[in-house]
Design a binder for this molecule. Structure first.
Ligand code: F6P
Length: 502
């Protein structure tokens, strides 16, 4: 058997209803549920069955998933188009020994700077403004928003958009006298981040701070550029080039979260992720959460031709999970060619979208229950509530979450077509015992490995992102001294909005 034949077995898998699968497999829930690191993954409401899992296992063998996974953890070049390893796992102690040692030395440097800030070496600091974009913003923002509600150590805000309204809003509540600015950029060239950083420095200066650069910390894989920008070398926190932007929250990019939540919490985050690393490396295929999740993803995208997948966090603290996953999954696997440059020939990453339950039920769930699109849904919820209000809130939240999954699957017949629900609509449920740094670390690492497993099934490189470059180049050219002529529509927009008839 070769990979094409293994794919054919997956893509031609017999389509059985969820109801018939539950009827035929009394042990279905136990078999398709995985418990790991304080998380329960329930894949039983998807169309995975024994045959399909076996077909994916053959595909994994043909695609040498075990070899690819070993290469990932060994720090081999798994990103050949950029000639790099992908060593985010080394940040949590799981990787090549020299990479783990480097990550731990850089973490020690980060911790020392946090200790110095706490000891008021830079004067009293109350606010932290983190400036970055994409992977240099979404991870820290997600961590702070989900875990930082009770920490109360520092007010931290994350600004990404170059729209001045974003920076203005973030600065509105901050006092320049007690604000620290963290400039986060792997490359230290990203134009939005550099402009926001310069405006934030001007704000410090206008606010009477005598040495604005003395209040800046840089988080980057290009320390020499940060120094050239004016940041003192002692306040540059480097991270390795082999840590990709959307995989970087474990590195110094996580600095504002480590500061706001405390070092202990940051370490627990890393430990939770390490537990998921070990699970991904060592658990057998049929009990391996990231691998089963990737089977679900590929089955719906390739066999059932679903074009999107939806993630609903039934926990307000996880409201930034969908945007975080959008970058992780779509920037990683939104590709059309295989590692060797040949066309991949089948659907790659679906569009990831989602929202928060129960809000989404009253907005977009109509389409999920009765619309014409097949949308595999993922529910993420926590057993322990994140608030001190009456337990009725949490009970209602969880019962709604579970009822949606049950309703999507069961459907309901009616003589009135407007009131009938087809059912047989799949969902996965991820249940956290509680939301804490360790479980959040495990959850995020689960998504990283699932994304990697999807890429291996498809034979694509999840670690480059050339698709984002063309638009950047054209924006730069448009804003340059000698702009080229663009298409007539674009020229008209430039003339109308910027008053430049070119
Ligand atoms: O434009 C995409 C991208 O390169 C992302 O991959 C990255 O996370 C983001 O921009 C920010 O890049 P940097 O950290 O170098 O500023």
């Amino acid at each position: 058997m070769n990979a094409d034949q293994a794919w054919a077995a997956v893509e031609q898998a017999e389509s059985r209803t969820l109801k018939s699968l539950f009827d035929a497999e009394p042990d279905r829930v136990e078999r398709l549920a995985v418990e790991e690191a304080g998380l329960r993954f329930d894949f039983s409401k998807t169309h995975l069955d024994r045959d399909l899992v076996a077909a994916f296992q053959r595909l994994a063998e043909e695609q040498d998933l075990a070899g690819a996974r070993d290469a990932l953890f060994a720090g081999a070049i798994v990103n050949p188009t950029e000639g790099r390893a992908a060593e985010h796992s080394a940040e949590r102690g799981q990787g090549a020994p020299e990479s783990v040692a480097l990550a731990s030395a850089l973490h020690a440097r980060m911790r020392a700077l946090i200790d110095a800030i706490e000891a008021e070496a830079f004067g009293p600091i109350r606010h932290v403004l983190h400036i970055g974009i994409g992977g240099s913003a979404l991870g820290p923002a997600f961590l702070i928003d989900s875990l930082g509600r009770e920490a109360g150590r520092y007010d931290a805000a994350v600004v990404s958009n170059v729209d001045g309204a974003a920076l203005e809003e973030a600065l509105a509540g901050f006092d320049p006298e007690v604000t620290l600015i963290a400039i986060a950029s792997k490359t230290f060239t990203t134009s939005e981040t550099m402009l926001n950083a310069r405006s934030a420095l001007a704000w410090l200066e206008q606010g009477g701070v005598a040495d604005p650069y003395g209040r800046v910390v840089a988080l980057t894989a290009s320390p020499e550029r940060a120094v050239a920008f004016g940041v003192d070398e002692t306040r540059v926190l480097p991270f390795p080039e082999t840590v990709g932007g959307r995989y970087s929250l474990w590195s110094s990019i996580g600095f504002p979260a480590a500061l706001a939540l405390g070092w202990e919490a940051f370490e627990q985050l890393l430990e939770g992720a390490a537990a998921m690393d070990r699970h991904f490396r060592l658990a057998p295929f049929e009990a391996n959460a990231p691998l089963l999740a990737a089977c679900v993803d590929r089955y719906y995208a390739n066999t059932r031709r679903a074009e999107t997948r939806a993630v609903f966090a039934y926990d307000e603290r996880l409201r930034l999970l969908p945007p975080y996953l959008q970058q992780l999954e779509m920037e990683s696997n939104g590709k059309s060619v295989k590692l060797d440059g040949s066309p991949v020939g089948r659907a790659t990453a679906p569009v990831t979208w989602g929202g928060v339950g129960t809000d989404a039920q009253h907005a977009v769930f109509q389409l999920l229950h009765q619309g014409t699109h097949l949308v595999p849904v993922e529910f993420v919820a926590c057993i322990e509530p994140g608030h001190a209000l009456d337990e009725a809130h949490h009970r209602q939240l969880l019962t709604n979450c579970f009822a949606q999954g049950a309703a999507l699957m069961a459907g309901k017949a009616s003589d009135d077509p407007h009131r009938s629900y087809p059912g047989d609509r799949p969902s996965t449920t991820i249940l956290l015992d509680r939301l804490d740094p360790a479980t959040l670390g495990a959850l995020i690492a689960f998504y990283e490995h699932r994304t990697f497993a999807n890429a291996v099934f498809l034979g694509i490189n999840p670690f480059d992102q050339f698709g984002v470059e063309l638009g950047k180049e054209m924006a730069k050219a448009m804003d340059g001294a000698d702009p080229p002529r663009f298409d007539p529509s674009t020229q008209a927009l430039i003339a109308r909005a910027l008053g430049e008839a070119r």
